[in-house]
Design a protein around this ligand. Structure first.
Ligand code: DC
Length: 204
């Protein structure tokens, strides 16, 4: 069974995907990490993020070991990711790895922006996770502060809104996805609602 979890930045989709994967004992891929890995390499090589040709070359050389870099969770890597993710050739270069992952025997859980539409349009269960920008910004701010980043909540909100705008063209909600607004839900309630959906779509 393929479970596709898409949604906005800091909506809680990553945590939800991890919990669902644990519940079913399925492998999980956070597809944002692929874009973050390409963005991080651009930063490491001192390359301008608007240099499309460099981003495309890096994406075409993608290796799974890049995903183990702890720095990929940083705000800088996230911003860099959203800038190179708008390049169609970068998306194409990173597609096969995601599609292959989704086809693992027994199934898989993938989270991202276009899993239910581009990567695994035939996924049995699709969930679209969102929350109000202020709620997402506060969650992200707590996380960054916890990691010692002195960034202000207003800065996080501004960056999040800019990210939403950049991600919009590739942030595609499948018509058959269940909408989960996590603005007022804690993670346990979110997981319960998501599991109800997955169970209802589970092949007999
Ligand atoms: O989910 P995240 O914050 O780790 O994603 C980082 C960026 O990568 C996000 O701004 C948009 C891009 N992305 C994408 O375009 N498609 C995906 N499937 C996952 C992420």
């Amino acid at each position: 069974m393929i479970i596709a979890i898409d949604g906005t930045a800091s909506s809680g989709k990553g945590t939800l995907a991890r919990r669902i994967a644990e519940h079913y004992g399925l492998p999980h891929l956070d597809t944002g990490l692929l874009y973050r890995a390409v963005g991080q390499r651009m930063l490491d090589f001192g390359l301008d993020l608007s240099e499309r040709a460099n981003a495309i070359d890096i994406a075409r050389a993608f290796a799974p070991s890049w995903l183990e870099d702890r720095r990929l969770r940083s705000a800088e890597a996230g911003t860099a990711a959203s800038r190179i993710a708008i390049i169609p050739e970068v998306r194409t270069a990173l597609r096969d790895f995601q599609v292959l992952f989704s086809r693992r025997p027994g199934g898989a859980v993938l989270d991202g922006r276009d899993i239910g539409t581009v990567i695994a349009p035939h996924a049995e269960a699709k969930i679209w996770v969102d929350a109000a920008p202020e709620v997402r910004a506060e969650r992200r701010w707590r996380e960054l502060n916890g990691n010692g980043d002195p960034i202000s909540q207003a800065e996080v909100l501004a960056a999040l809104i800019a990210r939403d705008e950049r991600d919009a063209p590739n942030m595609i909600r499948a018509s058959d996805a269940l909408l989960l607004d996590t603005s007022k839900l804690d993670i346990d309630a979110t997981v319960r609602a998501a599991l109800d959906l997955v169970e209802s779509r589970r092949p007999a």
